[in-house]
Design a protein around this ligand. Structure first.
Ligand code: SF4
Length: 482
């Protein structure tokens, strides 16, 4: 289901160098006032780069469809010449991190399928849990697949329905009934842009506007980058179609509850994005406040592992009336490909990336915030670095509850056996990482900080209560109608 596991190293291919990997980012642009779509998509993808760094692509529709894609970062793949060659006022874009399918150019998106009545270009953020079953069913019916992605499975499902009925919206509705998993889609046809969000709203998707140009994007921060304004979130289960007749909304599939990924708030999304009505930065500050309400450890100051844990630490410090100070300085220029295979080399690598500010930490008792503990090795290294720099006490605080189970909805995680919190209790984890004390955010604190409850959030990796069936037989029921 997931792609190859990555080493736990501060120097893996993620731009933030962490073990939990974002999935993908999607963008769709339709300009009624004749703006070139390619530069708008380019800058939107630029601001969604944190969601995927392996490959990226842009498809623009004019009289014909034109796609440019490549391996690497948006700024590396696209130059002036490539963007200039993409002329047209609507199209879609994608940044990819492979949670499904290998990291190779054939799997880069947007994925284009040609059919008897035209073509369809599709970018997908998420993971389809039953994609292999659907794919096998479609292969039995004669469909041929050229990639190993679930994006292609979605594209074939939609195209198959469309070729039969000539009705794109009903084909998407039918595909949504077959698909089990998480998906936010940006689709381009020869005359429209379509945004689709899965019925549980697991992955984010927003709608924005600048003048007479509409943008659909994984996160609202994409709108900021091009001077557009957030209109609203795409509703869970909603299909938005934008074509020459304007913007229309259709109900794809209705559910009585939602399951927004809690990790989008804790870690994955940019802090300046607004997800389902909540500014991510404020949620992270509130997480720190919630943890401060149940903590009385005596320290000299509060610090964070930069960057994602900083708002937790600021919220915590403010609530407890403690100073916030920097204790680890991040080297922002460490290359993506700087992967050091041996354990000793990796330890050196952590030091290259995060250097202790000895003058601040020497002789001090500190609270150190991070967003998660996965295997525990990174936390252990960081605490050791601080102690080597003279820190008297390091009290670790984690802005999420313990991760006890993998995600199969689009986040790349280690196996259950590798997740330290699934095999050790809090005290054993504390011992392993060498912290003086260790506290995690509670589930109640998480829900309180986000302002959503268990009927609105996915917390599957924390509770093992996943919002969709994980049982293989249950998955099979979903494809029996093929
Ligand atoms: S299982 Fe965890 S990481 Fe996966 S979608 Fe649910 S909350 Fe997000």
């Amino acid at each position: 289901m997931h792609g190859a596991k990555k080493e736990e190293s501060s120097f893996s291919s993620s731009n933030r160098g962490r073990i939990l990997k974002e999935e993908c980012g999607v963008v769709g642009v339709y300009s009624f006032d004749g703006k070139d779509a390619a530069p708008l998509i380019f800058y939107s993808l630029y601001s969604l780069q944190h969601r995927g760094q392996e490959s990226c692509g842009i498809t623009i529709i004019d009289d014909k469809l034109e796609t440019k894609k490549g391996m690497g970062l948006v700024a590396d793949v696209f130059d002036f010449d490539k963007l200039s060659a993409l002329e047209g006022y609507f199209g879609v874009g994608h940044v990819r991190y492979s949670t499904c399918g290998e990291s190779k150019l054939e799997n880069a998106a947007p994925f284009v399928v040609s059919h008897s009545q035209g073509y369809l270009a599709i970018g997908h953020n998420g993971n389809i849990a039953n994609s292999q079953d659907i794919k096998s069913g479609l292969e039995d019916l004669g469909e041929v697949f050229v990639s190993t992605t679930d994006t292609e499975v979605i594209a074939h499902l939609i195209v198959r329905g469309f070729v039969k009925t000539g009705d794109l919206v009903s084909s998407i509705q039918e595909a949504m009934r077959r698909l089990s998993g998480s998906y936010s889609l940006a689709i381009a046809t020869r005359d429209s842009i379509i945004g689709v969000r899965d019925p549980l709203g697991i992955k984010p998707l927003s709608l924005g506007r600048i003048d007479d140009t509409y943008i659909i994007a994984s996160e609202s921060v994409a709108f900021d980058s091009i001077g557009a304004k957030l209109i609203r979130d795409v509703e869970p289960g909603e299909i938005i179609v934008i074509d020459k007749d304007g913007l229309r909304s259709y109900r794809g599939l209705r559910r009585t509850k939602t399951a927004h990924c809690m990790f989008e708030y804790v870690y994955f999304s940019r802090p300046d994005s607004i997800l389902d009505g909540k500014l991510v930065y404020s949620v992270r500050e509130r997480i720190g406040e919630k943890m401060a309400e149940v903590d009385d450890v005596d320290v000299d100051f509060v610090m964070a592992v930069p960057d994602s844990a900083i708002p937790f630490a600021l919220g915590y410090a403010k609530k407890r009336g403690l100073p916030y100070r920097e204790g680890l300085i991040k080297n922002r220029y460490v290359g993506r490909t700087f992967i050091l295979p041996k354990q000793t080399a990796r330890e050196l690598a952590v030091r290259v990336k995060l250097n202790p500010l000895t003058a601040n930490v020497k002789g001090k008792r500190v609270v150190l915030f991070d967003d998660s503990i996965v295997r525990g090795t990174t936390s252990a290294r960081l605490i050791q670095i601080l102690k080597d720099a003279g820190a008297k006490e390091v009290h670790m605080r984690i802005g999420s509850p313990p991760i006890i189970s993998p995600c199969f909805l689009g986040i790349d995680m280690p196996t259950k056996e590798e997740l330290i919190a699934s095999i050790k209790d809090v005290e054993k984890v504390r011992e392993k990482i060498g912290a003086d004390t260790l506290k995690y955010l509670s589930l109640e604190g998480l829900m309180g900080a986000i302002g959503k409850d268990e009927n609105q959030l996915c917390m599957g990796c924390l509770t093992e209560n996943y919002p969709i069936p994980t049982d293989q037989r249950e998955q099979e029921k979903l494809v029996k109608y093929l």
